[in-house]
Design a protein around this ligand. Sequence first.
Ligand code: ZN
Length: 183
Amino acid sequence: MPRDTDRSHLHPVFRAKLADLETALAAAGLPLLLFEAGRAPQRQQELFAQGRVTGCGTFGKHVTNAKPWQSFHQFGLAADYVFFVDGKWTWDQPTPGAWERYTTIASQVGLRSLSFERPHVELPVALSVLQAGHYPDGGDQTWVDWLDSMIEGWPHNATSIDGITYPGAPPMPTAILRPPLVA
Ligand SMILES: [Zn+2]
């Protein structure tokens, strides 16, 4: 499954913070660009299987610790920034301390980083709250439609694939954002 870099799939509050982040990164001269934004649960499952399921990557070499709906990417509330130097993506920092500066700038604009996943930033809310179907205020239609399609495309109950159990999808955001029709 390909990477998604469509910002309309992100929650508007998070989208605005990324704009602040990018302004600050440019001012600091850090060549970090948006590498991945929203992420379908199917892609999260593929990434989780890498290194864990025979035939999916090198056994023992894990690329993520998060199953579907355990990553903020599935909620449109996370993004990964990677260095883009000489027309190529690179995880090697172009100058010493560049990843550290990225983390500092991210925190200054109100984003949370993960110590074990340098490119990653997310909105600092509790995952358990999202999993219960309580999403941040201010969602817009493109985000709702995207999240709806992600939730509809994944089983509601826990599901087993290649011997690994994955959580079911959270409740739909429509129930919160669209008031029920009054007869
Ligand atoms: Zn990430």
